[in-house]
Design a protein around this ligand. Structure first.
Ligand code: F3S
Ligand code: F3S
Length: 105
């Protein structure tokens, strides 16, 4: 699956959402999250993110290793919500995101 790493935190450009054919990119308070049970690995989101936050999980840079399982773990609590448009925003961020300093500017 693909994952969304630290560059998305507090940026949330959302270009990826418009690109995803299966509506599996969900918005949290500070970052967006790809549901691994719904993602079909098409890769369309990866190239449109202006801050290059999206990686195939095996290609995630080591500096952001905390993000390898963050997206998956967020959905462990909620299950597969059945499409981001219908589900609406997620109520909480993953602890890895909560712990990031607030990005300013
Ligand atoms: Fe975030 Fe990039 Fe999508 S900043 S919301 S991963 S386009
Ligand atoms: Fe959607 Fe990106 Fe997966 S566009 S299907 S989240 S690889």
């Amino acid at each position: 699956t693909y994952v969304i790493a630290q560059p998305c935190v507090d940026v949330k450009d959302r270009a990826c959402v418009d690109e995803c054919p299966v509506d599996c990119i969900y918005e949290g308070p500070r970052k967006l999250y790809i549901n691994p049970d719904e993602c079909v690995d098409c890769g369309a989101c990866e190239s449109v993110c202006p801050v290059e936050a999206i990686f195939y999980e095996d290609d995630l840079p080591d500096e952001w290793s905390g993000y390898r399982t963050a997206d998956r773990e967020v959905f462990a609590a909620t299950g597969a919500p059945g499409g981001a448009s219908a589900a609406g925003p997620l109520p909480l961020d993953h602890p890895t995101v909560v712990d990031e300093p607030v990005r300013v500017g």
